[in-house]
Write a protein that binds this ligand. Structure first.
Ligand code: ARG
Length: 460
């Protein structure tokens, strides 16, 4: 068992204890971050005269050779090492001798792991943002393509007023934009470097924390060393952002599942993004959307786990914090996978424009517009609401739409109705006259704004 301690122990660790305590199985993901942190640390130690230049060069070369061997598969991250930090240090010492043992000068595993986790999660935040750019691109593509794909807009899952698919997808664009912005703000807040915090109280070596922070791309060192080793807020915040993102993906998945049902038939999932049934040959199932919806619980679970893990632990570092990894890694993988799958599913799906428009024509989605017609002719809205309500009843009895109700029936309810009622309640009018900022008639502006937003974040 390779451990970084042992001097004050007289017996070997119990096997069960060792297995329970070790974290190599999962913190091996932090390998590259760990080496990156060590490189910056030795660079600084040498610049401060704490380490000789020869030792620095030997350590850096040794670390680089370990990275090469791991990346090229010659060295597997496995074996009897307590954690990734022990793995790297033991391999280094094996390769370069005593200089390897000097790597840990002025550092504790507490600030080391705090740094590794921060570096790893910071990269994951950047990658998640790139994934989101792809997804927003797919949503924007649909917005541009479906400006005149009419569909019913729902409230209470009842047909309410006609909208367009562009408008419907525009709502998701806004959600993903907020997700993106949330991650950006977390990343800004978390970009301080814990290295140099030591075990909890800094060190007596003259460390240059500004230097390591800047070598590692941080805005500066963290202000308080006890906070430095024990802060995992950014993990919680990231899981929170991912949970909200998953909630958005889950809502969209739910819509896709509904739209894919026989009752709706708004969408045709591509064969590459659907699955069949082992017994019912006719079926094409939306498993991917269902799985995204289902995996949402998993990401929420990670958020709850992290909040609970952190809630009772006193300052500074406690081993509980080792539990910040497995479920967080899983949540990040899960959410990123779901973003990419959703992008692919949207890009490959076909929307049944005619069927969507037909659906919008039924269910009296133009009843509000019919009432507004009377209002524009001077009737108070509440009275107009009553008139149209009665006309809807007539239509229901006759089994027809408001568009097909004869003018004579309209006139029985109000003398204000003229031939122009039909034009006033046509689908095209209902949608295109909704010119309020953010409404389906004002999509050109919304699309332009979305395009500008996406171009601006991609530029960064
Ligand atoms: N495996 C540990 C973790 O993930 C590394 C830090 C260990 N520190 C310590 N004092 N035992 O948190």
């Amino acid at each position: 068992m390779a451990q970084l301690w042992g001097g004050r122990f007289t017996k070997e660790t119990d096997k069960l204890v060792y297995a329970f305590n070790q974290s190599l199985n999962f913190d091996k993901r932090l390998f590259h971050a760990d080496v990156k942190g060590s490189m910056a640390h030795v660079e600084m130690l040498a610049a401060q005269g704490i380490l000789t230049k020869e030792d620095r060069d030997a350590i850096k070369e040794g670390l680089q050779s370990i990275v090469r061997d791991v990346d090229e598969g010659r060295l597997k991250i496995e074996g009897e090492y307590e954690d990734i930090h022990s793995f790297v240090e033991a391999n280094l010492t094996e390769r370069i001798g005593d200089a390897g043992k000097r790597l840990h000068t002025g550092r504790s595993r507490n600030d080391q792991v705090a740094l590794d986790m921060r570096l790893y999660m910071r990269d994951e935040m950047d990658e998640t943002k790139k994934d989101l750019e792809g997804l927003m691109g797919a949503v924007l593509g649909l917005m541009k393509e479906h400006k005149d794909t009419f569909m019913p807009g729902f409230t209470h899952l009842q047909k309410a007023q006609p909208v367009t698919l562009a408008h419907h997808m525009g709502a998701y664009f806004e959600m993903f934009k907020r997700d993106y912005e949330r991650i950006t703000s977390i990343r800004t807040r978390m970009n301080v470097c814990p290295l140099g915090s030591g075990a909890l109280a800094g060190t007596t070596y003259p460390l240059d924390r500004e230097m390591t922070a800047s070598l590692l791309g941080f805005d500066g060192p963290c202000e308080n060393s006890m906070d430095g080793v024990s802060d995992r807020d950014y993990v919680i915040e990231f899981l929170d952002a991912l949970s909200i993102l998953m909630m958005h993906l889950s809502r969209l998945s739910e819509e896709i599942i509904l739209w894919n049902s026989n009752e709706y038939r708004f969408i045709e999932l591509d064969d590459t993004y659907a699955t069949g049934s082992s017994i019912m040959p006719q079926k094409k199932n939306p498993d991917i959307a269902e799985l995204i919806r289902g995996k949402t619980g998993r990401v929420y679970g990670a958020l709850m786990q992290m909040l609970t893990t952190m809630k009772g632990i006193p300052l500074a570092y406690d081993k509980d914090m080792q539990e910040d990894k497995e479920m967080s890694f899983d949540a990040v993988d899960t959410a990123r996978g779901c973003i990419t799958l959703m992008e692919g599913m949207l890009k490959t799906s076909t929307f049944h424009k005619k069927r969507m428009e037909e659906s919008a024509q039924h269910g009296f989605t133009n009843a509000t517009d019919a009432a507004d017609y009377l209002v524009k002719k001077g009737m108070p809205f509440r009275d107009a609401h009553g008139v149209i309500g009665r006309l809807v009843l007539t239509c229901l009895e006759k089994g027809i739409k408001l568009d097909d109700l004869p003018l004579s029936d309209y006139k029985k309810e109000s003398a204000l109705f003229e031939e122009d009622i039909y034009e006033a309640i046509s689908m095209k009018t209902c949608v295109e006259r909704r010119l309020t900022y953010g409404a389906p008639g004002a999509m050109d502006q919304e699309i332009e704004n979305a395009e500008r937003y996406l171009a601006s974040v991609k530029d960064k």
